[in-house]
Design a protein around this ligand. Sequence first.
Ligand SMILES: Cc1ncc(COP(=O)(O)O)c(C=O)c1O
Length: 357
Amino acid sequence: MHKKLLIPGPTEVSQEILQEQTHPLIGHRSKEFSQLYEGITNKLAKFFELPADCRPTVTTASGALWFDIVGRSIVKDKALCCVNGAFSERFAEAIRACGKQADCLEVEWGKVPKPDAIAEKLETGKYDTVTVCHNESSTGARSPIREIGKLIRRDYPEVMLTIDSVSAMAGDKTLPTEIGCDIIFASTQKCFALPPGLAVALVNDRALERAQQVPNRGAYTDLVEIFEFEKKHQTPSTPNIPLLYALNKRLDLMLEETYDKIYQRHEDMAEYTRKWAKKHFEMFPEAGYESITVSCIKNTLSKNVKELNEKLAEKGFTIGNGYGKLADKTFRIGHMGEWNLEGIKIVLAAIDEIWKL
Ligand SMILES: Cc1ncc(COP(=O)(O)O)c(C=O)c1O
């Protein structure tokens, strides 16, 4: 029996969307492709209310490609990397692997980087780029990206703000105009509820201007080249065409549901899960900064999550265990993409029954 995914990604994908991948293939330099791709970027621009100086792009790779794109094409010398969990740490490591310097603003796991702490570091004038993880999937903490964006745009206009919103975009609020970010990116296997293999990014002109000044941008990671091809509604290399058909359909559904209602649906699922968690356990993240797409719960009752998943499998569900050093201390419920409150209620009731809560 298929076990519906409530892990922090990949998430559940409907048959309707999976079917879209069975379109007969087209050539990626054909007119049909450019029409498909132009339609997708237009829909992304509409959904994320992009102003004229901010453009979407869809790259064939998982979201982590954008760690490298930022490292190669955006960081000139040194980045300030806000590190509050496993994925934000990977962002910093990727920047170093691209041959650039990265200083970490270390924050305890479960907590979030705050604007004041970032300002203190930026005041040194040493950094040309900031990296932030919007939704630390390892800890379930949600960074205050709007406050961080406000600070950077107001006081450090030359600094690029790059945001990993891999597990939040298309669920949580991510309008670039509200955040003031230069690059924000996500993977398709999270809130977009698609198979893995594509990354969606929203990039403004400032970021492109910066990239033009940065040498050795690599090849696949060259932001300037990516946007040269965007002008023709194409991608530099052969993209994952079946998945682009699925994304095209998904965007129709997202536009139909609307940005606000999608956000509210995620908020409702998170609120219900948090209430449930607080009744029996404790939330792991700092209060007020809990993710709305991944609830990370302290396993205060020392319950056996592996055994739970074996029993949940019989009911057709699977949840996530803790990540890395939190493996035994927490468990995680991913409520994103196609999930809704009714579905989450059923899953949590199933856990109540199995754990006799
Ligand atoms: C917050 C965050 N950033 C980055 C990644 C890496 O994304 P991908 O596996 O799509 O490359 C993940 C994956 O789970 C994530 O949750």
